[in-house]
Design a protein around this ligand. Structure first.
Ligand code: AMP
Length: 377
């Protein structure tokens, strides 16, 4: 199998969402062909790919056939089963490798991986039954957040628990499935580090990005993060360690809490480009998506220099409650960048697009991006 995959070759993407779409756009600009496989049709990725295959992620025959048609394979969605990644890996190089996927797609495994290696993490316990939940809550203390171990993102499968009596109700709400219990962190900031590791261990990063969530979903990101430089440097150092410990090839994101007493706690790892890194498309010499193409194809990493302070706001389906948002009004602001993902079903909480703005300071950039979103409806 080829170590290095050059422009003109075909990149296969498991997953059909917006991350695959922005990856495909970067790849096609560089002269690659892109194939995508997901259960959907006319997906955000499929709309801009050379070929869209519709199949379930557990249809291993379809995944093998797909793998035969590409030169390297990656995924844009970490809940693809490792069995699917392994089926593909028999036929074609898959980057990042299935073991990183295996660790990071299940919160309990990911927390264990981090805690065993001495990374600072939120105090947590694992539970596979209601009894274990009660023991875990006693260990971790209240208030706590109970998260399903598998298939969680954007706050899905998460419930806050303020009283021990609520344990049974929350256990029911998460469907009696394996969970982790975390103490609620008293944080001043949430930050993330989007970083890449190349085939030969080369490292590149975009510094610390500051993230503000609303209803557990990312709302606003600004870069650079408004935290002390030493703390940002420590976060980058920890992300570098994670990449090395995973033997990772590709872009990943490590999310952190900054506690009120100024410590960093790793919240989670996303084994792919990340929502908080979308601003790199407009603000950096090399976007996180071009970086992913470079890493996955075994090429040198690109320059991550940020041209100006930047901000990004997410556009959720909620903006459509009164009909189509007023795109012309936002685009009348000549220096903001609109990114829409081609989704035609604007459900509440669904990520439909984002807006990026640059400025002389992150505050100015954030004000511009927020103003552009405000005029949409
Ligand atoms: P997650 O899916 O784990 O990244 O959680 C989504 C968001 O929920 C985080 O970005 C935080 O804003 C919030 N959250 C998750 N876990 C905790 C925690 N242990 N303490 C406080 N807030 C949390």
């Amino acid at each position: 199998m080829n170590r290095i995959v050059l422009p003109g070759a075909t990149i296969g993407v498991l997953g059909g969402g917006q991350l695959g779409r922005m990856l495909a756009l970067a790849a096609r600009r560089m002269g690659y062909r892109v194939h995508t496989l997901s259960p959907g049709v006319d997906t955000p990725t499929g709309q801009v790919a050379d070929l869209e295959v519709s199949a379930e992620y557990d249809d291993y025959e379809a995944i093998r056939a797909f793998a035969r048609g590409v030169d390297v394979m990656t995924f844009e969605f970490e809940n693809v089963s490792t069995a699917a990644a392994d089926a593909a890996a028999e036929l074609v190089t898959v980057r990042p490798g299935g073991s990183a996927l295996h660790i990071t797609q299940q919160r309990a495994r990911e927390k264990g991986f981090l805690a065993d290696r001495g990374y600072p993490v939120t105090p947590f316990a694992k539970a596979q039954s209601l009894d274990e939940l009660a023991v875990g809550l006693a260990l971790v203390g209240l208030p706590a957040i109970v998260k399903t171990a598998a298939f969680g993102y954007d706050g899905k499968g998460q419930h806050r628990l303020d009283r021990i009596e609520d344990g049974e109700r929350v256990w029911g709400l998460i469907g009696h499935q394996e969970a982790i219990i975390e103490s609620v962190v008293d944080f001043t900031h949430e930050i993330s580090v989007v970083a890449a590791r190349g085939l030969d261990g080369e490292f590149a990063h975009y510094g610390a990005i500051e993230n503000i969530h609303r209803n557990h979903i990312l709302d606003l990101s600004v870069s650079p993060a408004r935290v002390p430089a030493g703390l940002a440097g420590e976060a980058v150092h920890l992300a570098h360690r994670v990449l090395d410990d995973l033997g990772y090839v590709g872009v990943l994101c490590v999310e952190f809490f900054v506690t009120r007493d100024g410590r960093l706690l790793v919240n989670e790892i996303a084994p792919r480009p990340h929502n908080s890194g979308h601003l790199t498309i407009d603000a950096c010499v090399t976007s996180q998506f071009e970086q992913q193409v470079r890493a996955v194809c075994g090429l040198s990493l690109g320059d991550t220099t940020q041209v100006k302070p930047a901000a990004m706001v997410n556009l959720l389906g909620d903006l459509w409650v009164n009909g189509e948002p007023d795109w012309a009004a936002a685009l009348a602001m000549a220096d903001v960048k609109l990114h829409l993902y081609g989704k035609n079903d604007p459900r509440v909480g669904r990520k439909m697009g984002h807006i990026t703005a640059l400025g002389d300071s992150v505050d100015e950039a954030a004000a511009k991006a927020l103003a552009a979103r405000d005029v949409l409806c």
